[in-house]
Design a protein around this ligand. Structure first.
Ligand SMILES: Cc1ncc(COP(=O)(O)O)c(C=O)c1O
Length: 481
């Protein structure tokens, strides 16, 4: 008897089509090429290239090689002590408040090498609840808080609970952070786009929200949730309190789950526009049936600890069923990374005035945030002076999203290479300068417009903008109609 073993070699014809369909431009074709150039330089063959380093402006990753933001000393001291408890009495190397914090955390956690509770260490969730209470003026229940592997882990958790494939949909801003479109593609659900108004500083217009929801309804989409990113990525816009109120009422009226991505809540550069949380507004308005999930992260702000994979989500006004299924789901991946959880504790409990680390911590924090603010301003000012480029000032977050108007000849050249004009422009920028940015198409852009996204994380921003300006002028001259 002959036995035939059927072998399935997974390729694009058999891999889950939802994965094939998902796009994530911040780590897409251009960053992949940038990585290759980076390796070429490290391997000693960089002299074949017209640049000698890669400048990674494709993602908000402040401590990345090439940007090299220094970690906050207090954070790393506590992290080091939780990894090496035997150093905890070393008063020569470590300040008292770092040693006290690490002792306290170790007392609650045990070893950072052990799995924790799937929702995260109970003590840290209690600290998060206290932080939310003092931020918003309303109580928070640690049982509604899940520590997650970055905000991304929390969004994944919620999308798993929320979406059942077709014809479910989620409203997302255009432009958006591609975590949302990619997660929807993976769920096999629909994106319901609402456009932000670039001509009005990326304003969110409530009438457009209504229209996009009713359009979705008429094409059979079951819209389940509304994503708001505040401060915005890639726009840098901060929502006004009035706008937040309108949005919360809109979500409440239409019984949409409100997904408040608030990871940039400490990145505020316009003092006239303070960060206001959706939780506070929902409580002020007594919207007791509005289901709100709000996200925060250790990756952004001034800590930039992206690699720790720390974050949290607070579920507000959700059922016990949802919370218990969320717990089960979290348990399937056991627990969020322990150092990410330690980092969440540091995010929400910085050194206080009078603590030994306070002065140094404040100095480091202020320097980082002042740099982000001044670089954001320099970028917008300089982009606005370039031929065919306009750029809204960033009020917050970490990005600039300039609009570029490219000559027809450049658009034709892009077409010949099978690329969109913005991807062509960004690839040319990389090939000529080593600067890696992301084409606007990766975030979504209004039809007929082209953009790219860059970050405010580059030290020596003037030099870097000079390089972009020189490239831009040469590009425009080469393709002028
Ligand atoms: C708006 C927004 N949400 C979520 C994330 C995910 O961040 P993390 O998973 O590192 O917390 C990012 C990362 O850039 C972001 O910009």
């Amino acid at each position: 008897m002959s036995s035939r073993i059927r072998s399935i070699r997974l390729d694009n014809s058999s891999i889950n089509p939802k994965v094939l369909h998902a796009q994530y431009a911040v780590r897409g074709e251009i960053p992949v090429k940038a990585d290759k150039y980076g390796q070429q330089i490290r391997d000693g063959h960089g002299d074949e290239l017209p640049f000698n380093a890669i400048l990674p402006c494709n993602i908000g990753n402040p401590q990345q090689q090439g940007l090299n933001q220094k970690p906050l000393t207090f954070w790393r001291q506590v992290a080091a002590l939780t990894e090496c408890p035997e150093l905890i009495n070393n008063a020569q190397l470590f300040p008292k408040d770092a040693r006290d914090r690490a002792s306290q955390l170790l007392h609650e956690i045990g070893s950072v090498g052990a799995y924790s509770h799937s929702k995260g260490v109970p003590f840290i969730r209690k600290q998060v609840a206290d932080f939310l209470e003092s931020r918003d003026g309303y109580s928070a229940d640690p049982e509604n808080i899940f520590l997650t592997a970055g905000a991304s882990g929390g969004v994944n958790l919620l999308f798993h609970l929320l979406l059942c494939g077709e014809p479910d949909g989620v409203m997302i801003p255009i432009p958006q952070y591609p975590l949302y479109s990619a997660s929807l593609a993976l769920a096999g659900s629909r994106t319901v786009q609402y456009h932000l108004d670039e001509n009005k500083g990326w304003e969110l217009n409530i009438d457009l929200l209504e229209k996009s929801l009713s359009d979705a309804k008429s094409n059979g989409t079951e819209t389940k949730a509304l994503v708001i990113i505040n401060p915005g990525n890639p726009t840098g816009a901060i929502l006004s309190e009035e706008n937040i109120i309108e949005i919360a009422k809109f979500a409440h009226k239409h019984e949409l789950v409100l997904i408040a991505d608030e990871v940039y809540q400490s990145n505020i550069y316009d003092e006239s526009k303070p960060f206001i949380s959706f939780k506070k507004v929902a409580r002020d308005l007594k919207l007791d049936t509005l289901q709100l999930a709000s996200f925060h992260s250790v990756s952004k702000g001034f800590s930039g600890e992206c690699g720790k994979r720390g974050g949290f989500v607070e579920f507000v006004n959700f059922s016990e069923d949802l919370l218990s299924q969320a717990t089960k789901l979290a348990s399937i991946s056991l627990c969020p990374p322990l150092q990410g959880q330690v980092a969440v504790d540091l995010l929400i409990r910085p050194p206080k005035e009078g603590d030994e680390s306070y002065d140094q911590f404040s100095k480091e924090k202020d320097e980082i945030l002042t740099n982000y603010a001044s670089r954001s301003k320099i970028m917008a000012d300089r982009f606005n002076k370039m031929d065919g480029v306009t750029c809204n000032n960033a009020e917050g977050a970490m990005y600039a999203f300039p609009q570029i108007r490219l000559p027809q000849k450049a658009q034709d050249a892009a077409k010949k290479e099978g690329k969109s004009p913005d991807a062509f422009y960004c690839m040319e920028l990389l090939n000529n300068t080593g600067i890696c940015v992301v084409p606007g198409g990766g975030f979504g852009q209004s039809p007929g417009t082209l953009h790219f996204r860059t970050t405010c994380l580059v030290p020596g921003t003037e030099d870097y903008i000079n390089t972009i300006e020189k490239f831009h002028q040469e590009f425009m001259d080469r393709y002028r109609d």
